[in-house]
Design a protein around this ligand. Structure first.
Ligand SMILES: NC(=O)c1ccc[n+]([C@@H]2O[C@H](COP(=O)([O-])OP(=O)(O)OC[C@H]3O[C@@H](n4cnc5c(N)ncnc54)[C@H](OP(=O)(O)O)[C@@H]3O)[C@@H](O)[C@H]2O)c1
Length: 258
């Protein structure tokens, strides 16, 4: 009798929002999970819900901004049992107070977590995945990576860096059997945006977004953009002549909108 092969996914930022919802959706699709974040309690609750779905979930408390520790931890997880899918989702939101938005105090935490932490998560298992000739790396990015937004340098810049990292990984790893997917999201109702007073056009509910992402991930595309109409408008905005775009952005900034 042959035993069923159980796919294994690592999800960072699994204690809340999109990572929590993605983990549940992946469990429903048959994945065993490794849940990573700094807060243990919500991940324990999630692990119980995964258990009810008949899948295994391991909880790992980790600050991904500690990149050396992140790489070592992911490699140990993979040595214990190979990982098929890595989702670099953990992230922090933008500091939007006009006076501090362009300061190092705003920039530092976002760079360490949203770029360096995500890069460590995405690259830690490249070598073992190349040896196996398979694997899927997924970065949760943002439509904010498509162009500058007012008072959002700390959020846009690391997400733009993540976008380029994923493009390069896609180029280099495709021929080695590893698929790379960049998920660019618009607004999703999660704790990250709960206190936002800014307009959030085409706001998605988190369970709906997670379901749509996981359904699309099954095809391992290079890019997933949600919602598509907002992505289209963002692309158009990014391609406007610079003086027009600058004027529109300054207007949006003066009204406190993105
Ligand atoms: N919500 C949106 O509208 C939206 C739009 C586009 C993209 N995104 C992206 O989606 C991802 C998830 O965001 P969300 O909306 O679900 O936010 P969220 O509810 O605030 O969740 C963020 C998750 O990241 C984890 N995290 C933050 N810093 C971490 C660190 N240093 N080490 C380990 N884990 C860390 C948090 O867990 P702990 O606090 O327990 O560590 C939490 O689980 C982010 O990358 C975000 O940029 C969100």
């Amino acid at each position: 009798m042959t035993s069923e092969y159980r796919k294994r996914a690592v999800v960072t930022g699994a204690s809340s929002g999109i990572g929590y919802a993605l983990s549940l959706e992946l469990a429903a699709q048959g994945y065993d999970l490794v849940l990573i974040a700094r807060r243990e309690q919500p991940m324990r609750e999630l692990a119980n819900r995964v258990d009810v779905l008949g899948r295994a979930a391991e909880v790992v408390v980790l600050d991904i901004a500690d990149t050396e520790c992140t790489v070592a931890t992911l490699r140990a997880i993979d040595r214990a049992r190979p990982v098929d899918l890595v989702i670099a989702n953990a992230g922090v939101g933008a500091v939007r107070a006009a006076a501090t938005a362009s300061s190092w105090e705003a920039m530092g935490p976002a760079l360490h977590t949203n770029f360096c932490g995500a890069a460590a998560t995405l690259t830690a298992l490249v070598e073992p995945m190349i040896e196996r000739g398979r694997g899927h790396l997924v970065g949760i990015g943002s439509l904010a990576s498509m162009g500058p937004l007012p008072e959002s340098a700390a959020y846009c810049a690391p997400k733009a860096g993540l976008a380029m990292l994923l493009e390069c990984l896609h180029l280099d790893l495709l021929k080695k059997g590893i698929k790379v997917t960049h998920v660019r999201l618009g607004f999703v109702r999660t704790p990250m945006v709960a206190k936002s007073t800014h307009p959030m056009p085409q706001l998605m509910e988190v369970d709906d977004a997670a379901k749509r992402i996981v359904n699309k991930l099954a095809y391992m595309p290079a890019e997933i953009t949600l919602p598509e109409p907002l992505a289209f408008a963002t692309r158009l905005l990014g391609n406007l002549p610079r003086p027009v775009r600058d004027r529109l952005m300054r207007f949006a900034g003066s009204r406190g909108t993105t």
